[in-house]
Design a protein around this ligand. Structure first.
Ligand code: M6R
Length: 608
């Protein structure tokens, strides 16, 4: 979603802002813009194209202070007039990520007071509100604080004023923003990757923080307006990890990083001989002893990880588990169970719906909370009592890949720890699971070797309009994930069904034009699945089967087999995900879509 970069520096900030925006492109956007103060005036450039076009337009722009933005449209179509920064009366410029809920009411009030609106955005009210306080003699900081007090909703903002070229004010509530402390200046950004060329020293702002950045330092005020100190941390994010390297797309790179990402996530466990609750935090042992069930809240791919985990948790650990889409849970009347462990799963840790669902659960009296997340300093991690960090490294492609498989690894560890604590795991079983986990990175590497075959297979999908994914049991969520990947990046309509459901409706869709992709592990449901596949063949459907060794599903006319190297038991969903990621990737290449930045989507969905 929207990305913010800002700088107060000793040299021209325009290259810093543009490079920052380029690094935030992965978040998803449809327009971009920047503004600097030059000779006491605000100079703004905006573009509905890519950051590279903005760069082309900025050759004559310079200033020692500026703010910049990539916009993902919420209020108003993607257009230059709706692109940020927004300017009030040539004096105040603002960039914003989030949604202002009371903007219509504020817009009417401001319009009645003579403010002209030149966009359809909710953001424009912020600039005018700050201006309305600024012209009454308040300093930029105080004017911003006064305006923020009138806003309802979520925001991360950066603000500058034409007649105050040494001051940048920023604030956050509900949307991510951090401060960068460099040798050559002070910076703000939506995430740390934007600032790596200028600094690694960062301050993660808390909810409600307002910051004044000047040439001689910065001051942070908390939600109550009290001056506070926040820790300056050194980001460990490496510059290389956000570079494309030898790969054509970030998605391809991230699919290939899975063996390493899994090895990193499992590192502490695989180096030891036994599992301990401590990997989820100091209070984990006591918390796990006090719970009688699990409630998983997540969105999209992370939700699918939760669906797989439900099978593991109930079957191996014997713990009752519910999995809910966060955006639904937050608004439905549910029956709270304070003895339940609320597990939020998220790559970014900033997904607005998942955050809201967690807060809702807490309000209902749930105090046992665990975050499974890929971003250590994210909101969800800070909001939960327990945490397990997936160590996938930065995920740039909008389609989640390595985040998903590492989430599964973390959820499997949770299952084993709970099973052990409940006396459901013998020492021998524990060792066997640990051995299987140790083998997982190399098993993943072997599956990646199917890539050339899948690239060829993908050619058959280039002209398809629809696809059906089938799975059973533990692998039904993998079918869901395969369908999500395909629709997200190739724009082919894809649906997933538990194979046993076919004859209850979707079989009506099957004919020679409908490709049916099936996940076929060599597990207890294999024979049932084979019967379901016969039902498809009997209707002329073209089958694409990802089959484990020894499944004895034969390649015949209309049945294409992709042979998986081995059967990985409970860990099989992790391995079966990978060919489906590759299939989506190569189909998208065939279709020529924007793989890493699919239309209409954003990487971190920080608004509702
Ligand atoms: O950052 P999160 O894991 O909370 O994001 C949740 C979803 O928005 C995300 O998984 C989305 O579905 C992906 N684009 C799927 O590839």
């Amino acid at each position: 979603m929207c990305g913010i970069v800002g700088a107060v520096a000793q040299s021209n900030v325009v290259p810093i802002l543009l490079e920052g925006l380029r690094r935030l492109e992965y978040r998803g956007y449809d327009s971009a813009g920047l503004v600097v103060v030059h000779d006491g005036k605000l100079e703004r450039i905006r573009s509905t194209g890519r950051v590279v076009e903005l760069t082309g337009k900025s050759t004559n722009t310079q200033g020692l202070i500026g703010i910049a933005h990539t916009r993902w449209a919420t209020h108003g179509i993607p257009s230059e007039r709706n692109a940020h920064p927004h300017i009030s009366k040539n004096q105040i410029a603002v960039v914003h990520n989030g949604i202002i809920e009371n903007y219509e009411e504020l817009r009417s009030l401001l319009a009645a007071n003579g403010y002209e609106f030149t966009s359809d955005t909710d953001t424009e009210v912020i600039g005018h509100l700050i201006h309305s306080h600024y012209v009454q003699g308040k300093k930029l900081l105080e004017a911003t604080q006064a305006a923020l007090a009138e806003l309802v909703g979520a925001y991360a903002i950066g603000v500058i004023a034409a007649d105050d070229p040494d001051r940048l004010v920023c604030a956050r509530r509900g949307s991510p923003l951090l401060l960068g402390v460099g040798d050559s200046g002070l910076f703000i950004a939506s995430d740390v990757s934007a600032l790596l060329p200028v600094t690694r020293q960062v301050v993660y702002l808390e909810e409600g923080d307002v910051v004044e950045l000047g040439r001689s330092g910065y001051r942070i005020y908390d939600a109550a307006g009290k001056k506070v100190d926040r820790v300056v941390q050194t980001s460990e994010l490496s510059n290389e990890s956000v570079q494309l390297g030898e790969y054509r797309h970030y998605m391809q790179k991230e699919i290939h990083e899975q063996p390493q990402a899994l090895a990193n996530t499992l590192e502490s466990v695989c180096n030891s001989q036994s599992l301990v609750p401590g990997i989820f935090g100091a209070e984990a042992a006591a918390t796990f002893a006090d719970i009688d069930s699990i409630l998983i809240l997540a969105c999209g791919t992370s939700f699918h990880a939760g669906l797989v985990a439900r099978f593991w948790l109930e079957e191996i650990a014997g713990v009752r588990c519910n999995v809910e889409v966060a955006s639904e849970y937050r608004y439905r009347t549910s029956v709270p169970n304070p003895k339940s462990l609320v597990v939020v799963i998220s790559q970014s840790g900033e997904t607005a719906d998942t955050q809201a669902a967690l807060n809702h659960a807490k309000l209902l009296g749930h105090s046992h909370t665990l975050a499974i997340c890929n971003v250590p300093e994210s909101a969800l991690v800070r909001l939960c009592k327990l945490r397990m960090l997936t160590r996938a490294g930065p995920e740039i492609g909008v389609a989640s890949t390595k985040a998903f498989t590492t989430q599964l690894a973390a959820l499997f560890l949770l299952t084993l720890v709970l099973a052990k604590q409940r006396g459901r795991l013998t020492e021998q079983q524990e060792l066997q699971h640990l051995n299987e986990l140790r083998h997982l990175p190399s098993a993943t590497q072997m599956v990646l070797e199917l890539e050339p075959q899948i690239a060829v297979l993908a050619e058959k999908f280039a002209n398809k309009q629809h696809a059906l994914f089938l799975g059973r049991g533990l692998h039904y969520p993998i079918a869901l994930e395969g369908a999500l990947k395909l629709k997200e990046i190739s724009y082919i309509h894809a649906e997933a069904y538990p194979a046993g459901e076919l004859k209850h409706g979707p079989l009506a869709l099957v004919d020679q034009y409908m490709p049916v992709i099936s996940v076929a592990p060599n597990d207890a449901l294999l024979e049932k699945l084979k019967s379901n596949l016969q039902e498809v063949r009997a209707r002329g459907g073209e089958l694409y089967v990802f089959a484990d060794a020894n499944t004895h599903i034969r390649e015949v006319d209309g049945v294409h087999i992709m042979q998986m190297p081995e059967h990985a038991g409970y860990l099989s969903p992790i391995l079966h995900t990978i060919p489906l990621q590759l299939l989506a990737y190569y189909v998208a290449l065939q279709k020529g879509t924007d793989v890493d930045k699919p239309r209409n989507l954003a990487k971190s969905v920080t608004v509702e």
